[in-house]
Write a protein that binds this ligand. Sequence first.
Ligand code: SF4
Length: 141
Amino acid sequence: MKAMISKCMLGVPCRYDGDSKPIDENTLNKLKEKYELIPFCPEEFALPTPRPAARFMGERIIDINGIDKTEAFLKGAKEALKICKEQKIGIFIGKEKSPSCGIKKTSAYINGCECKCSAPGLTSKILQREGIKLISEWDLT
Ligand code: SF4
């Protein structure tokens, strides 16, 4: 069974800060036994790396310089969906707290304060809407 997974979780330095967030080897091996992993980074697809951090502000995604990046994030999310449809991928394993890949938590500006709010990121939301099952990195162990 194929599962798309946030690319940074496999150790690829595609995060906004040019870093990665690899999961531990044991968890990765278990995942590989269960799924054919398809790594994808929606932000890297549409934006350079490194890039300014961005957060939800209402329905929009705004970077730390105040620039609206919603369209770029949407472009990456649509590409994720396209790949899932083309490759018949029914599962997305997402990195938490990301405005793209977060499942239980994303980053947001609320009343001028930065916080983590409980809503899926843009890619996760779009994939879920199309019937793709979301699995949080927090539920892998
Ligand atoms: S967009 Fe997703 S895959 Fe890319 S760096 Fe952020 S959490 Fe990782």
